[in-house]
Design a protein around this ligand. Structure first.
Ligand code: CMP
Length: 141
């Protein structure tokens, strides 16, 4: 079993799509290990996306991610990192495959509904950003 970290972003919450997106995630076979609703500050959003600090879109990204509540979750499934990125589709919804979460629900590259970890290592780092070891203990279900 592998784990990945997702964030249902502020646009997902604003559009009242939390349930629709979780439905897609569960139907694709992911189990929710940990989940909460929280709101990032510009400081915490900036720290989460620190790898993008030098990118031209960093300011916009931090502003958007701290613009309202979001829902981070740890998900579990075989091949979770790669399979989740397939389920959400390309960063730019215009380039995303039909049926993917971003194709269905996202407006733009910046406001793209969900985040998904890009590697097993980053999934671990990103999960610790939001959750404690106790939060992430899997309940057998
Ligand atoms: P995410 O998977 O959360 O990881 C980094 C985010 O940066 C990405 O999704 C996009 O939402 C955002 N991003 C990437 N490229 C751009 C861009 N050109 N303009 C605005 N935001 C971007």
């Amino acid at each position: 079993m592998e784990r990945t970290l997702t964030i249902l972003k502020p646009d997902c919450v604003r559009k009242q799509l939390i349930g629709a997106v979780i439905d897609k995630i569960e139907r694709a076979g992911f189990r929710i290990v940990a989940m909460k609703k929280t709101k990032l500050t510009t400081e915490t959003a900036g720290a989460f996306y620190a790898v993008h600090r030098e990118r031209p879109f960093y300011g916009e990204l931090v502003e958007f991610m701290s613009s309202g509540p979001c829902v981070p979750m740890i998900l579990e499934k075989e091949n979770a990192v790669e399979d989740f990125r397939k389920l959400i589709g390309a960063t730019d919804p215009a380039e995303a495959t039909e049926g993917t979460i971003r194709k269905l629900y996202a407006d733009s590259k910046g406001e793209n509904i969900v985040h998904g970890s890009d590697s097993d290592e980053n999934a671990g780092i990103e999960s610790s950003f939001f959750f404690s070891t106790e939060d992430a203990v899997r309940v057998d279900n």
